[in-house]
Design a protein around this ligand. Structure first.
Ligand code: F58
Length: 829
């Protein structure tokens, strides 16, 4: 009913933001939710009580937001993503509520260690890397820009594995993030949708004599909703992240019990629960894995059924579904939404094809995140048909109509028809998910300017020839709330003090107000002190975890991201080995002392990536224990790079390594996080590096390597890594040193797969870019020797990062793609 929410009582224990109320609420939650009093509470009790105290303060805003969104006809963004890599919640919710200081004081009044409570939080690692973290940044920015939005995904019981390093190798450990409970989510036991699998599709005649199609699935599982509130910064809007968990329907179990098949019932239950059990830890699609396809369909179907339920409750009809919702497909993982929305509209809600298609095409939008051909998702037709027979029929019909259109557009061009088809007929027949997403979407976008251009000229060229107006670029961004305010509070305070306002937190372009101070020696000194302090903190942390604490006075040179050959961690390693050799040959060499820090997980089945981790650690072992070189060089691997550990790393970096082969990294977002925290970039002209360099100024960026066009040209004319190996003496020395067994206790076999691959194949042209990389690294060495110059460059990197706030990205999507408007929520009744 339409009773207005109760106005906030100034001193109400569950809503007030005053120090006293926070204290009362905290003790109350500790007592009544955890059954503890302060003296005996564990760190986890304290954390949970703090989390509930903060969550209570989100709830009233959340209810106000949902009510306003429901009552207005505002268009809602539905962000469909198989991954949301949220990271710790407590600090960010406090920042967005504006209560960090009072909360800290309230905690101190009770004699609690605030930092320790924050440390206790287990992060929900429901994503692999950039794509999942981007979804989380976008949720923060959607709420902050006051755009009504729902994030839809999967509540994996096990997120991305925890990485431990044993004897230099990566070992994966299961991520049990739910072990102690998750205070941020609210289970909605009544919000359940059935999701079918298998069976067959059949024709029938309805009660009006109309011949229709319907799906008779063999198996039905339920999706149950878990809701997490997403608070905007400095506003009262709270959006919703709704994640689905799979379970067996009740009837299932009873049915089996009745015929006495107890084990059969248990098996069915386990099978249903398996769907949301674990996140696939690969950074390329798992080709042909049935469970992965089940996961995709599962969350897409629940989400669409939920949207339909809401629209029917509100409007009573689905005719304006596309006015109500802007659906964003985060890569191809949710692209089954195209076929499922068609099925729901036609089979379940009796709409005609043309109307259903018009609605689908007006609702959906597709973001591509990769150009790597091996990462473009396809599903064997046989598997697709077995799991989703009705959807395959729909895909075929979409394809038939689409290819007719293609034939009209491009007369007598059957080669093009074959290239555009939703079905890849070469080899085993496969459904091309990017084609399904493209055909069913109103807009298609890449994630950085170069990537969006390459998309149009390479993997999506035929689509661009057909529908050029559908192609867009939206350069990625990251949230400054997490990646400056939460990770680097000292830097945030200095910026606010110098600008005399904290406006930059909501409008990152305001950082430019700092620019006139870049030459100011007093500011530079404080800037450097903050950096050194962050380095010291990181060093202590690394010391505790790895047994070695690097010297904060050395240059911290950091490469942290998933381990992948295209990202070229091994290029970095070749340079380190080369430096090592130089010092050995000339012990009096004049070098800037550096600490090289790596971080990142390898897909468990990716042999070469795991070997690269081993090599990093092997090189570290030799260098760090050699007194002749370790005054100049140190090499460290930070274990378990995740959101939380990333937040320790970004503030502490002097140099950020963004060295992928040009044309391979769609955007990169770590590059933005480092630069915002005052690190200079050593980078190629790839992804968003290009735009970062244009923004921060070419003189404040260390550029090296071939352009994407040069890479393409070299590929066409035939790339011979062997020639580089032969002609570049320095390079050969570095590779030979690895082959010699120096870093593997004399074992000349261990790293052979890596060195041989480089010399004979080198698919990511490490050898071709080595010389230029080495040269630019020499310049870094010189530049760091001039602190004023370096600090100035560092300050300018931060002040010119306005463009890379995810608020800007969301505004771009809102205006150019979704056509949605902000809907401010106010607490005044
Ligand atoms: C990343 N993709 C891109 N995929 O590599 C990176 O350049 C970009 O900045 C980022 O997306 C955001 O746009 C990425 O992270 C995955 O992790 C997928 C997980 C599921 C399997 C396929 C890869």
């Amino acid at each position: 009913m339409n009773t207005p929410a109760k106005p906030l009582d100034d001193e109400h224990t569950r809503t007030s933001l005053s120090k006293d109320a926070l204290n009362r609420a905290f003790l109350d939650n500790l007592f009544y939710l955890r059954g503890r009093f302060l003296e005996v509470a564990t760190d986890d009790d304290l954390y949970q009580a703090a989390a509930y105290t903060v969550r209570d303060r989100l709830l009233e805003r959340w209810i106000r937001s949902s009510r306003l969104y429901k009552e207005s006809s505002a268009r809602t963004v539905c962000y469909l993503s198989a991954e949301f890599l949220l990271g710790p919640q407590l600090m960010n919710n406090m920042i967005n509520l504006g209560i960090t200081e009072v909360a800290r004081e309230a905690g101190e009044m009770l004699g609690m260690d605030f930092e320790r409570i924050l440390e206790t939080e287990e992060e929900p690692g429901l994503g692999n890397g950039g794509l999942g973290r981007l979804a989380a940044c976008y949720m923060d920015s959607l709420a902050t820009t006051q755009i009504p939005a729902i994030g839809y995904g999967i509540r994996y019981e096990f997120g991305i594995f925890d990485q431990v390093i044993i004897d230099g190798w990566q070992v994966e450990k299961g991520d049990t993030w739910l072990r102690n409970g998750n205070p941020w989510e609210i289970l909605r036991p009544k919000l359940v949708f059935p999701v079918g699998f298998g069976g067959h599709s059949e024709q029938y005649t309805d009660e009006h004599g109309v011949v229709r199609q319907r799906w008779r699935p063999e198996l039905v599982v339920n999706g149950v909703a878990y809701d997490t509130p997403i608070m905007g910064y400095g506003v009262d809007n709270v959006n919703l992240l709704r994640l689905w968990r799979s379970e067996a329907p009740e009837s299932f179990n009873f049915g089996a019990f009745n015929v006495g098949d107890y084990y059969g019932a248990v098996h069915a239950k386990i099978e249903a629960e398996t769907i949301s059990k674990v996140l696939y830890p690969n950074d390329e699609p798992e080709a042909g894995k049935e469970l992965r396809l089940k996961q995709q369909f599962f969350f897409v179907s629940c989400s669409l059924q939920d949207m339909i339920r809401l629209e029917l409750a509100n409007a009573g009809t689905l005719e304006r579904f596309h006015h109500k919702y802007a659906i964003q497909l985060n890569d191809t993982h949710p692209s089954l939404a195209i076929a499922e929305l068609m099925r729901l509209l036609m089979d379940e809600h009796r709409m005609q094809w043309d109307q259903a298609w018009a609605i689908t095409r007006e609702s959906c939008h597709f973001t591509n995140h990769t150009l790597l051909p091996e990462a473009l998702e396809t599903w064997p037709v046989e598997l697709f048909e077995r799991l989703l027979p009705r959807h395959l029929e729909i895909v075929y019909e979409i394809n038939r109509r689409f290819l007719d259109e293609v034939r009209v557009h491009f007369l007598n061009d059957e080669a093009r028809v074959a290239r555009l088809s939703l079905i890849d007929e070469a080899g085993g027949r496969k459904v091309r998910m990017a084609h399904l997403a493209a055909v069913g979407s109103k807009a298609i976008n890449g994630v950085a300017e170069l990537h969006s251009e390459l998309l149009k000229t390479t993997v999506m060229k035929d689509f661009n020839d057909l529908w050029p107006e559908r192609f867009h670029n939206v350069t990625n961004g990251v949230t400054p709330r997490r990646f400056i305010v939460a990770s680097n509070p000292e830097l945030a305070a200095l910026i606010t003090e110098t600008c005399a306002t904290d406006q930059w937190v909501r409008d990152l372009h305001c950082l430019s107000q700092l620019e006139p101070h870049a030459e100011d020696h007093a500011l530079q000194q404080r800037w450097r002190a903050i950096k050194t302090n962050a380095k010291r903190k990181l060093s202590n942390w690394l010391g505790e975890r790895t047994g070695f604490a690097p010297d904060p006075e050395t240059l911290f040179d950091v490469q942290a991201k998933r381990i992948h050959e295209y990202k070229r961690q091994h290029l970095n390693l070749l340079h380190i080995v080369w430096l090592y050799e130089q010092i050995k040959q000339n012990p009096n060499i004049d070098l800037t002392p550096r600490t090289f820090i790596f971080g990142g997980k390898a897909a468990p089945g990716y042999f070469m990536a795991k070997l690269i981790i081993k090599l990093i650690n092997a090189i570290g072992e030799v260098i760090n224990t050699d007194p002749q070189v370790n005054g100049y060089l140190r090499v460290l691997f930070m274990p378990d790079f995740n959101v939380k550990n990333g937040q320790r790393l970004y503030p502490a970096a002097d140099l950020s390594e963004q060295i992928s082969l040009a044309g391979k990294e769609a955007s990169g977002t770590g590059n933005m996080k480092f630069s915002m925290n005052g690190a200079l970039t050593m980078g190629t002209l790839d992804g968003a590096n290009i735009e970062i360099r244009d923004e921060v100024g070419h003189e404040n960026f260390f550029l090296f390597g071939m352009t994407a066009a040069e890479v393409q040209h070299r590929q066409i004319t035939g790339y011979q890594p062997w020639e580089f190996y032969q002609h570049d003496e320095q390079l050969r020395a570095a590779i030979d040193l690895i082959s010699s067994g120096l870093f593997s206790h004399g074992d000349t076999e261990l790293f052979r797969p890596l060195t041989e691959n480089l010399i004979h194949h080198d698919p990511f042209m490490v050898l071709a870019d080595f010389d230029d990389y080495r040269e630019r690294q020499r310049e870094v060495d010189h530049a760091y020797k001039d602190p004023h110059h370096w600090d100035r460059m560092s300050i300018l990197n931060t002040t010119r990062m306005g463009k890379f706030s995810s608020d800007r990205s969301i505004n771009d999507y809102a205006e150019r793609i979704w056509q949605v408007k902000p809907m401010p929520v106010t607490l005044q009744a």
